[in-house]
Design a protein around this ligand. Structure first.
Ligand code: NAP
Length: 288
């Protein structure tokens, strides 16, 4: 069997078109959806990410304000800036690019963002909302993975989903979103024994570790859906995921490529969360 490709670029393009449509509807009412993107320091990868996020935003009609601060920027000043953005009714979404410089407490910074503007979905209020099944912002990467599963018509109820990785931004929220759809979920991590024995039973595998070739063909049940979140470099410096793509695609039913899979979906879901924030603000404007 050769797996069908889940084309993240194509699905993301479709989602961006929907966001552009929703943005135009708000603009027609005199509201300009606005995302503040805050970058502290000069991490090269972060600089590329924020540029992409700002470009994606403007291409869908959202206003993106990119604020850059030096690596030595004091945490107190960053917190003051976040409080000002929280209080500004013209700003609908706030994103602080991670990682932050070492002298800053990333938790404290993220918790300073108003949950209603936390379009990354990292605030504990949004994490808690996901845990108890209440509305809130979902972290963009697992949210994008769910959209991919939805797109291919993957029925999750009663199926066994195995998530490899348990980070707060990918693995844990991914597991909760799958659970919400009534999948039977197993979470694996660095202390998991016999990973292959677990993945071999999976109808859906989500690999979110950051280790090249972690998932090989012998670990995959024929016909399974394989979502590869990992971002690594191969020996030639080319971007690759956690899954041995060439081998696994001969066994799986569906598979995401890297690049062109989860990455573009993550970027698209940030736009979805931002337009959602603007729509909610428009529906419940703050007095004054
Ligand atoms: P992370 O915080 O480093 O978490 C990695 C997880 O993998 C941890 O839970 C760790 O377990 C687990 N792990 C490590 N070695 C393992 C092993 N041998 N077997 C099973 N589990 C193992 O990373 P992250 O932020 O979740 O990101 C994961 C990967 O996704 C990275 O490659 C990252 O670049 C990529 N990513 C991609 C996107 C995208 O848009 N495509 C977005 C976000 C992240 P412990 O908890 O026990 O340490």
């Amino acid at each position: 069997m050769t797996a069908q490709l889940i084309d993240g670029n194509a699905i993301a393009a479709h989602i961006r078109a929907e966001v552009a449509h929703r943005t135009a509807a708000l603009q027609a009412r005199g509201i300009r959806p606005r995302l503040a993107i805050v970058l502290v320091g000069d991490d090269p990868a972060s600089q590329v990410y924020v540029k992409h996020k700002a470009n994606d935003s403007t291409q869908t009609g959202l206003v993106a304000d990119l604020e850059r601060y030096p690596a030595i920027f004091p945490e107190a000043e960053l917190l003051a800036r976040i409080h000002a953005l929280n209080a500004d009714p013209a700003v609908h979404g706030i994103l602080v690019q991670l990682p932050l410089p070492k002298h800053m407490d990333a938790h404290r910074v993220i918790e300073a963002i108003a949950p209603a503007k936390d379009v990354d979905g990292f605030h504990v209020a949004n994490a808690g909302a996901l845990l108890v099944g209440r509305p809130g912002f979902r972290p963009c990467t697992p949210y994008g993975c769910m959209k991919m599963l939805e797109h291919i018509g993957c029925e999750l109820a009663g199926r066994h989903a195995v998530v490899i990785g348990r980070s707060n931004i990918v693995g844990k929220p991914m597991a909760l979103l799958l659970l919400q759809k009534n999948a039977t979920v197993t979470i694996c991590h660095s202390a998991t024994r016999d990973l292959a024995a677990i993945t071999q039973q999976a109808d859906v595998i989500v690999a979110a570790v950051g280790r090249r070739n972690l998932v090989t063909a012998d670990m995959v049940k024929p016909g399974a859906v394989v979502i590869d979140v990992g971002m690594n470099r191969d020996a030639d410096g080319k971007l690759c995921g956690d899954v041995d793509f060439a081998g696994v695609r001969e066994v799986a039913g569906w598979i995401t490529p890297v690049p062109g899979g989860v990455g573009p979906m993550t970027r698209a879901m940030l736009l979805v969360n931002t337009i959602e924030a603007a729509e909610r603000a428009a529906a419940h404007p703050t007095p004054g």
